[in-house]
Design a protein around this ligand. Structure first.
Ligand SMILES: [Zn+2]
Ligand SMILES: [Zn+2]
Length: 181
């Protein structure tokens, strides 16, 4: 059974938490990580995975007790505020990785010519750049959604200084961001 991430967000907005795997509702859920390929069917980050039968990436999932056992989830019981804090952290980590990749990690890929390492990814491989940039845009939209959740409830956003640092880093690289001023 496939559970849609947008629906999960809507359930959260309705002050209920639902298991991403089976849809069970509850006050708390197990929030954590699994590498189980079967969890690719419902893990939010695997939405775009081409081959879901064979994804051993570390996946953040929100599941009920039974599903936590079934998918061997390494996590803990959280209420929605705890979960949103973890989602925010995860989103920030992914954004940092995306920025690191755009600025320098791509140069270490085998097929990049030594002479090209002084250039930007946009110059060397525009298609790959656009793909990575679209992914970063999706993450930023997700960030805004999570941010709004905290704002709507008057709950302080954890580590709010992260955002301005990120914005400066992105602008320093010559790129744009939805999180900017
Ligand atoms: Zn479940
Ligand atoms: Zn995946």
């Amino acid at each position: 059974m496939q559970v849609d991430w947008d629906k999960t967000i809507n359930d959260i907005l309705a002050e209920k938490m639902s298991c991403q795997a089976c849809g069970t509702l509850g006050e708390t859920m197990v929030v954590g990580y699994t590498r189980n390929p079967d969890a690719a069917q419902f893990a939010s980050r695997c939405k775009d995975c081409i081959d879901k039968t064979d994804c051993d990436a570390r996946k953040l999932v929100v599941v009920c007790d039974d599903c936590a056992r079934q998918y061997r989830v390494n996590g803990e019981h959280m209420d929605e505020a705890g979960m949103m804090g973890l989602l925010l952290e995860e989103c920030r980590t992914n954004l940092e990785e995306s920025i690191d990749y755009l600025s320098t990690y791509w140069k270490e890929e085998g097929e990049v010519e030594y002479e090209d390492m002084q250039k930007s990814l946009l110059e060397v491989d525009p298609d790959l750049f656009r793909e990575e940039d679209a992914w970063r845009r999706r993450l930023e939209e997700e960030y805004m959604q999570i941010h709004r959740w905290f704002r709507d409830r008057g709950i302080p956003v954890p580590n709010p200084g992260w955002r301005s640092q990120y914005v400066e880093d992105v602008i320093g690289l010559g790129y744009t961001t939805l999180l900017g001023d």
